[in-house]
Design a binder for this molecule. Structure first.
Ligand code: NAD
Ligand code: UDX
Length: 452
């Protein structure tokens, strides 16, 4: 069997790598229109950082795994084609700011329709609005060879930073398809691929529309939990309650569960906001105003949380940041990734730059060019990007932590304090540090949902 992915990004890359790893007899091709990205996949500097990814790619490249821009040959030779292209929020025309921009998926499918000379299974791996398969089917009907195409929905639930672990040991695999004879056969073909390593009871098969909508719903539910705990964090700060204690108390209820209750400066990443906005747009399109407003509030709460954190910094630094140096620790949207899409750090840094602060940014995973692009439009001499946390801290009034986990939580804060200006502040936007200990070093320390 031969399979390929159209799209070699954060999803197309790692998912195909794990299929190639688990199914040695399947030839896996990962394709993209972006030559630079494909060159990077073929080099030692992969375009995606994920723990464990580089080692696996090294092992499999040249065996049953390849990366290429020759999309046409891949389409012609593959039995199963995964569509893993990006589906960002549309920025123009009808639905601007909310709807999914489907231009990449449409152009990939047009290419399949034009080139395919044999029957194929087309798998929606990208996150798509419900009923997209109807549109894809209409495009595929223009195929001059009258090949038969089965469309399956197989959304990806991996999270960045833990992609390899999530893909090797998924909670579930979801496969939606048409409930016709040929549809069921196609579903079985894909089930057989995953059954190489995923226990059969974790492979859920269902109708196409449920599967398409399940992915948007899952992300909306996860984002909703973060906005819910963040809404409570503000109340904790006024009342003396501690948000981590609230999380522990409510998370111990097995009906609620402990995950995704970590209060923070807000959620980021390329999925949650985009998928929520798409869900809102879908609700609006069907005239479901109240449902749309309900999910809109999850987005609004997240925007509020980012601005609220920036305002706290301003307020504690005596309402003036002009000309003050501030050390920013962490720019990626979460730990163990080089991805900054929708990172809360962008909004917080922008708010601080509006107050004319001077930012010294330390995040060893994120290249300077990416940080500067994300903060474009602000004076470039108000920003420095450094590779050493001491350099960021030296002469600054405050450390602001914006990405969770390592390498930021295990820095020597006692020592960093000695390099900084007085009075000295630390704002932990991820609640990863023991604030009492940080205070014992001399800092005025603040967390999210912590007593002020
Ligand atoms: P990405 O931007 O990292 O990768 C998409 C790739 O597709 C890019 O390299 C782009 O050049 C390529 N591409 C676009 N149009 C193409 C075409 N016509 N032919 C060939 N290549 C083309 O995006 P991503 O983060 O991998 O996300 C892809 C999809 O998966 C999105 O729908 C997203 O919502 C979904 N998803 C993402 C995550 C995540 O954590 N990033 C998780 C689950 C699902
Ligand atoms: C998300 C979904 O988790 C994943 O299932 C889906 O396939 C893609 O979208 P991702 O965006 O990669 O994955 O990361 P995730 O771990 O969900 O974190 C998203 C954001 O929420 C990050 O900014 C993270 O820091 C934040 N977060 C997460 C919190 O603030 N608190 C939490 O308790 C959990």
């Amino acid at each position: 069997m031969k399979i390929c992915s159209i799209g070699a990004g954060y999803v197309g890359g790692p998912t195909m790598v794990v299929i190639a790893e688990q199914c040695p007899e399947i030839q896996v091709r990962v394709t993209d229109i972006n030559q630079q990205r494909i060159d990077a996949w073929n080099s030692d500097q992969l375009p995606v950082y994920e723990p464990g990814l580089a080692e696996t790619v090294k092992k499999l490249r040249g065996r049953n795994l390849s990366f290429t821009t020759d999309i046409d040959t891949a389409i012609q030779e593959s039995d199963v084609i995964f569509l893993s292209v990006n589906t960002p929020t549309k920025q123009y025309g009808e639905g601007a700011g909310k709807a999914s921009d489907l231009k990449y998926i449409v152009s990939a499918v047009e290419r399949i329709a034009a080139l395919a000379t044999s029957d194929k299974i087309i798998v929606e791996k990208s996150t798509l609005p419900v009923c997209t398969a109807n549109k894809l089917r209409a495009i595929l009907a223009s195929n001059p060879h009258q090949c038969h195409f089965e469309i399956l929905s197989n959304p990806e639930f991996m999270a960045e930073g833990t992609a390899m672990q999530d893909l090797r040991h998924p909670d579930r695999i979801l496969i939606g398809g048409e409930q016709t004879e040929s549809g069921k056969q196609a579903i079985q073909t894909l089930v057989d691929v995953y059954a190489h390593w995923v226990p059969r009871e974790k492979i859920i098969t269902q109708n196409l529309w449920s599967s398409e909508l399940s992915k948007l719903s899952a992300n909306a539910f996860l984002a909703q939990r973060i906005s819910s705990i963040n809404a409570l964090s503000a109340l904790c700060e006024c009342s003396g309650a501690d948000v981590d204690e609230i999380s522990r108390a409510i998370g111990a209820d097995s009906r609620i569960g402990a995950k995704f209750l970590k209060s923070s400066v807000g959620f980021g990443g390329s999925c949650f906001k985009k998928d929520l906005l798409n869900l809102i747009y879908l609700c609006e399109s069907f005239g479901l105003k109240e449902s749309a407003l309900y999910w809109q509030q999850v987005v609004d709460m997240n925007e509020h949380q980012k601005h609220r954190f920036a305002r706290l910094i301003l307020e504690k630094l005596f309402n003036t940041l002009s000309g003050k140096k501030i050390a920013i620790f962490g720019f990626a949207f979460k730990q163990d990734t080089n991805d900054t899409r929708e990172s809360p750090a962008i909004t917080v840094c922008q708010d601080l730059l509006k107050e004319q602060a001077f930012l010294s940014i330390y995040d060893p995973r994120v290249p300077e060019t990416v940080i500067r692009t994300d903060l474009a439009g602000y004076p470039s001499d108000a920003i420095e990007v450094v590779s050493d946390p001491e350099q960021a801290a030296r002469g600054s009034y405050a450390i602001v932590i914006l990405t969770e986990g390592e390498p930021f939580i295990s820095l020597n804060y006692k020592h960093l304090y000695t390099l900084m200006k007085r009075p000295t502040f630390l704002f932990d936007g991820r609640n990863g540090l023991d604030l009492d200990q940080i205070r014992s070093f001399g800092f005025n320390a603040y967390g999210i949902g912590k007593k002020r």
